[in-house]
Unconditional design. Structure first.
Length: 122
């Protein structure tokens, strides 16, 4: 018998993990649901030459690529997750969501995996 075969014979099998009940996932999901995610709103954009950036001063106006009534984009982790209209809420800006993008297309990686896990639980 060669050494590889001998080693295989002496390696104990991994103990099987006990089945986690749905309740354990629910507790974990509840804890994760309290995580705060940074959300940004994209009103528009514009490419400026370096010379234009250097000329900016207080009172300068940078024209964006959207009209005042156009929809804005709600972003998490540099991904657009929704679109909406700018509204005023108690003297502050707010967003009235008009469209939720398909979560499978907007989130990927660990965040997308969490969303998919929780959607499967509900």
């Amino acid at each position: 018998m060669d050494r590889v075969q001998q080693a295989k014979e002496f390696i104990p099998a991994e103990p099987s993990k006990p089945h986690q009940p749905q309740q354990a996932f629910s507790k974990t999901a509840g804890l994760l649901m309290d995580l705060k995610m940074p959300v940004r709103v994209l009103f528009g954009s514009r490419n400026l030459k370096l010379s234009e950036l250097l000329k900016l001063e207080s009172g300068s106006i940078v024209e964006l690529d959207r009209e005042p009534d156009d929809t804005v984009e709600l972003m998490v982790d540099d991904r657009v997750i929704a679109r909406g209209q700018v509204v005023e809420v108690d003297g502050c800006y707010g967003i009235r969501v008009t469209e939720i993008l398909d979560r499978g297309q907007t989130l990927n990686g660990a965040a997308g995996d969490l969303v998919n896990l929780f959607q499967g639980m509900g």
